[in-house]
Ligand binder design. Structure first.
Ligand SMILES: [Zn+2]
Length: 332
């Protein structure tokens, strides 16, 4: 890039960190700034962190001679993207009712577009990542929770209140596990990282079933107590631990149920899956593709692509910057 070119600020505000970037017209992240959110310290401190990341990026743009076209920000929902107001977001205590668009516009003196963080990441993947070139992208992110977004013709499908495509709360088991959303049996309660660990713990606590070797010498080498991460569960699956393999297969069946439901609802040409659990690669994508083929309506799944996300942690930043660019172009 040369001096005088235009970049957009993309902010991805999470419960633990605020990631920001300067994104150029080709969707490339040129500069990055990150700070801890300090959400536990309350609104004044954590909003200061968000503004600090944005100001640091504006300063870098100025130093490099780049012009800034606008600011886009993804926040944890629930969020009304039109009024740019947060509605009691569980990951940002003290932010209920905050008009985040006005907050940032006043602090930065630039136009600001805001979105639900998963929708922003979906837009990033649809425009610049694994969904590039497809007409209707359904995006899932499998992490601490399960997020989702639908991008049709390059635009986020928002719904009446800006909260469409909460794909983590598709019900995959009627009357199942209670979910933080107030419902039961949501995909998030089976296919998030913590859910995977919790379900493996429950299986271990239940002891060896007739089809497992847990408790036998030399088999089932996961500790029955103590800390366990999703990564450790996945490693156990790779080693062939019978209980871990069984819980993983169940997880994939729940995930397939969620993907099939979304495919039946939206008829996409690609499903993009990101987040920490998706980084395991074919261990997830191989069986998932087979299950979706088996369970989906043939007309809707025969040409469907299911792909890993490709932008990694940049998806939210890139998508937020795309929102800012759309706003500047008069779109959305
Ligand atoms: Zn739920």
């Amino acid at each position: 890039m040369t001096a005088g070119e235009t970049v957009w600020v993309g902010l991805d505000v999470g419960g633990t960190k605020v990631a920001g970037g300067l994104v150029d017209g080709r969707g490339q992240v040129r500069e990055r700034v990150e700070l801890p959110t300090r959400a536990e310290a309350g609104f004044t401190v954590s909003s200061g962190q968000v503004v600090a990341v944005a100001r640091a990026l504006l300063e870098r743009a100025r130093a490099l001679g780049w012009s800034v076209g606008g600011v886009g920000a993804g926040f944890p929902g629930p969020l009304d993207p039109v009024a740019a107001v947060l509605h009691n977001p569980p990951n940002l205590p003290g932010w209920d009712g905050v008009r985040v668009g006005d907050l940032l516009a006043d602090a930065l003196g630039l136009p600001v577009a805001v979105e639900n963080d998963a929708n922003a990441a979906a837009l990033g993947e649809a425009r610049q990542g694994a969904g590039c070139g497809f007409s209707l992208v359904v995006y899932f992110t499998l992490g601490t929770g399960v997020g989702g977004g639908v991008v049709c013709g390059g635009r986020i499908f928002s719904g009446v209140r800006g909260a469409a495509a909460e794909l983590g709360h598709l019900v995959v088991r009627a009357g199942g596990e209670p979910c933080r959303c107030g419902g039961r049996g949501c995909l998030e309660t089976y296919a998030s990282g913590p859910a995977l660990v919790r379900r493996l713990r429950a299986a271990l606590a239940a002891g060896a079933g007739p089809d497992t070797a847990v408790g036998d010498a030399g088999a089932g080498d996961l500790p029955a107590e103590g800390p366990l991460t999703a990564e450790e569960v996945v490693e156990a699956v790779r080693r062939g631990d019978p209980v871990a393999v069984r819980v993983w297969q169940e997880t994939l069946e729940y995930l397939a149920a969620g993907v099939v439901s979304a495919v039946h609802a939206f008829n996409p040409d690609v499903v993009v899956i990101g987040g920490g659990l998706a980084s395991v690669g074919e261990l997830l994508f191989g069986p998932l593709r087979r299950l979706v083929r088996e369970q989906g309506m043939p007309y809707l799944v025969e040409d469907l692509e299911i792909r890993p996300a490709s932008l990694g942690r940049d998806a939210g930043v890139v998508g937020a910057a795309m929102l800012a660019r759309d706003r500047a172009d008069g779109g959305c």
